[in-house]
Design a protein around this ligand. Sequence first.
Ligand SMILES: Cc1cc2nc3c(=O)[nH]c(=O)nc-3n(C[C@H](O)[C@H](O)[C@H](O)COP(=O)(O)O)c2cc1C
Length: 334
Amino acid sequence: MKTRITELFGIEHPIIQGGMHFVGFADLASAVSNAGGLGIITGLTQKTPELLAKEIARCRDMTDKPFGVNLTFLPAFTKPPYPEYIAAIREGGIKIVETAGRSPEQYMPALKQAGIKVIHKCTSVRHSLKAERIGCDAVSVDGFECGGHPGEDDVPNMILLPRAAEELNIPFVASGGMADARSLVAALALGADGMNMGTRFIATKEAPVHDNVKQALVAATELDTRLIMRAIRNTERVLNNANVEKIVEIERQKGASLTIGDIHDQVAGVYPDIMLKGDMDAGAWSCGMVAGLIHDIPSVKELIDRIMSGAEEIIATRLRGLLSGNAAQVGRAA
Ligand SMILES: Cc1cc2nc3c(=O)[nH]c(=O)nc-3n(C[C@H](O)[C@H](O)[C@H](O)COP(=O)(O)O)c2cc1C
């Protein structure tokens, strides 16, 4: 399948693995790229630019296909040294960067001078248009369903994607709630040029996280995520657990007077314990509603092959069958 995204990034399938804190290591990124998608290393999971340089080199040893690096510009307690991270990206020969959070505008010259293609993750049409205006090559349109930070507008992808298609000239991928062949075909039908998956890629054999995390995703339903940090305009969708219930209760009591200090222990620095040690109650961790569509732990290649062959099947059989008026034989796409 060829789309504007496969052409832009030189990849076989229009499937991207979004940056994920303490998940997006070289092991997962290389597996996704080797399977024909676009794997992405999460830049800030590497504590220093030197460590990021090493992780890029490790990934290059594991794949000769294109892969990218995620740079997240979120409100942090101490601002990471972004220019140094960008230097590590440039010197590592990376040609694709996924930016997220705040606008990447001030870093665009440094990225573009190195011939890097930038895909910015946006949760609204207005931010997507800004990304287009400042020279981003593509956007990842992240709907309200998504794991991580869905923004503050709460517009689900059924509306957000066709709205993005109405306004944008640059290519975009659908992000948030994407899990399988049905997601890809739906995303393409709504005007996207491919899809970005986060949560689904955690439940794969190659994701370098504790098995407890993968089992938690298989066990979770679409009802098991919660939104936290709305009062401080840093909304995050996370999987429910004992600490998340504590956060929700603190937020209920504090209302608009909530500060990050009130929930610091439940949200800051908890990822290593969750992702690496498998302590599922250590704190809040990002997870999409799409957990309800995750029922197994395939290899990355099995997952991507299944999505691509399933998408062809849906388009060639189910959709074409509907056009030919053969409803009874078309059945359901499950
Ligand atoms: C555990 C986890 C950690 C994430 N960490 C980041 C991150 O550090 N930077 C970022 O830009 N997005 C991050 N995301 C968001 C993903 O890149 C992606 O946009 C999102 O997961 C898409 O929604 P989905 O989970 O429904 O597929 C994270 C998502 C998850 C599930």
